[in-house]
Unconditional design. Structure first.
Length: 240
C-alpha cells in the first residue's frame, strides 16, 4: 500500500468547541483504489483532493454507486475503535454483488482503513457524542456510454468528524404512498439511488412539519422493520 502524506493539515480550521455540521469538514487523507482489467490495483492513501471525470463516466448514467457508513471513536485512554466493522464490510460486498460490481477484498478494506485512521487519528473527537464518520464508497468509472456494468471502478474512503445526527426528539411520519424497497428490488443494499429516491417524500414530510419518515412495506403498508439488528453481537476492532 502506497502512502502519500499531506504537507499541511487542515485540522486547525475546525472549532471543536462548537457543533460540527455533518459532512462539512473532512480529514486530511483519503483511501483510493482502482479496479481495472478485472483486478484491484495497489491501494493509495493520499491527501484529500478533488477528481475529474469524463461526462460519459457510467456512474452518472446508470447509477452504479454504493456506500457504507461507519464511525470511529476514542475512549478515555485515546484508544481508537470501530463499531461492528465486519458487518459493514460484509454489507458493502452484498451491495456490490447486487449492482454487478466487483467485491472489495478484505485486506484492501481493512488494511486501508487502519492506515487511514492511523494517519488521521487526531481527527477523531474526544468530546462526548462526537465521532469520526467513515464513508467507504465505490463508483463505476469507465465509459463508453452503454447500458451495461462498467469495466472499471474506484473504491474510496473519506472521513468527516461529526456530532450526533439528531439532538432532540423527532416527529416522524408513517409513509403510506412512497416506498424505499420492493420485493426483488435493491432496498436491502446501500445504493446511492435508494437515497435519491427518498429525498422527495422526505422533503414533502418536512414541509408538513415532520423530521423524518418511517417507511412501510410497499405491498401491505405495514411497518417494515425487524428486530434482528437488536440481537446481533457487538464487535469491536481496536487500533493503535
Amino acid at each position: 500500500m502506497r502512502i502519500e502524506k499531506c504537507q499541511i493539515s487542515s485540522i486547525d480550521k475546525i472549532n471543536w468547541e462548537i457543533d460540527i455540521p455533518f459532512g462539512k469538514y473532512f480529514s486530511d487523507h483519503i483511501l483510493y483504489c482502482e479496479y481495472k482489467n478485472e483486478t484491484w490495483n495497489e491501494p493509495i492513501i493520499k491527501p484529500f483532493s478533488n477528481f475529474s471525470f469524463s461526462p460519459i463516466t457510467l456512474v452518472f448514467h446508470y447509477g452504479q454507486a454504493i456506500f457504507e457508513g461507519m464511525k470511529a471513536f476514542k475512549d478515555k485512554e485515546k484508544n481508537v475503535f470501530l463499531f461492528r466493522p465486519l458487518e459493514n464490510f460484509h454489507r458493502f460486498n452484498i451491495s456490490a454483488k447486487r449492482l454487478a460490481m466487483p467485491t472489495i477484498p478484505y485486506n484492501i478494506f481493512f488494511e486501508g482503513l487502519i492506515n487511514l485512521l492511523n494517519l488521521d487519528k487526531n481527527w477523531i473527537p474526544m468530546k462526548y457524542g462526537y465521532s469520526l464518520y467513515i464513508r467507504p464508497f465505490m463508483i463505476a468509472s469507465a465509459g463508453p456510454l452503454s447500458a451495461k456494468p462498467s469495466s472499471n471502478y474506484i473504491f474510496l474512503v473519506i472521513c468527516t468528524p461529526v456530532n450526533n445526527y439528531y439532538s432532540r426528539p423527532l416527529k416522524v411520519k408513517i409513509e403510506q404512498k412512497y416506498s424505499r424497497s420492493t420485493n426483488g428490488g435493491i432496498g436491502f443494499i446501500k445504493a446511492a439511488g435508494n437515497y435519491a429516491a427518498s429525498f422527495f417524500p422526505t422533503q414533502k414530510a418536512k414541509a408538513e412539519g415532520y423530521d423524518q419518515i418511517l417507511w412501510t412495506d410497499s405491498a401491505t403498508r405495514i411497518l417494515a422493520f425487524t428486530l434482528k439488528g437488536f440481537f446481533l453481537s457487538i464487535k469491536f476492532l481496536y487500533f493503535l
